[in-house]
Ligand binder design. Sequence first.
Ligand SMILES: [Zn+2]
Length: 239
Amino acid sequence: MNINASDGLSLQDRWVAASGGAVPTSGADVGRKALWAIRELGLPAIVKTCLSCRSDHHHPSGKFRVNANGKLLDVWLLMHCDRCGRTSKIPIHERISVRELENSRLMMFENNDPATVRELVLDASLASKAMYRLDWTDTWTLETHEPFYTLDDPEPINIIVSFELPASIRLERILMLGFGVSRSQLRSVVASGRVLLPVDLDSKVRDDFTLTVTGTESAGDILDGQGKITTFRYDADAN
Ligand SMILES: [Zn+2]
């Protein structure tokens, strides 16, 4: 079963979504833009200790269990231990009145709807409530598009990074992949002040953001300028 929902958006659609609805124009004041996309490869692992083998990585089975007791319902999301296969349950609804649950939602649970599985696995508040964390290893890949950009380019550029899934990724990792440079090369360019970042390199990001790389020609202006340039946008409140 495929539990990786793709919304089928084109790059242009994503660009519009990432820029708040306005399609960037190629006017001189806008400069060049590039779009990098964090593409979804799979769902994250659910990290919780297995009662049988004490391993801690699980993946969703793709199924729900719905139990009706009179007018009360329990709904669980089922997951399998990666090592021993034991099935465990994540409570979604406990002893909820049938009337409180929309029928369409109940049907999603009863039909093991893949989009609903995905929605709940990616739900950070559910993870917090049920006391597990998510491991995003191998769940994403970075896709970069024209115009291809290298860090020694003389022209400035805005890079819009859009997320197809709310993977929590160190900013440094995204930039090393996107620019195709080593950690030390990246650190050196960032230290020069040419890359204007929404958060520091060690921080994790999970929402769309834009970063600016000043061209090599304007690097002197930036270094001689009065402190930080804050033209980037970071949607820290999106989740
Ligand atoms: Zn196990």
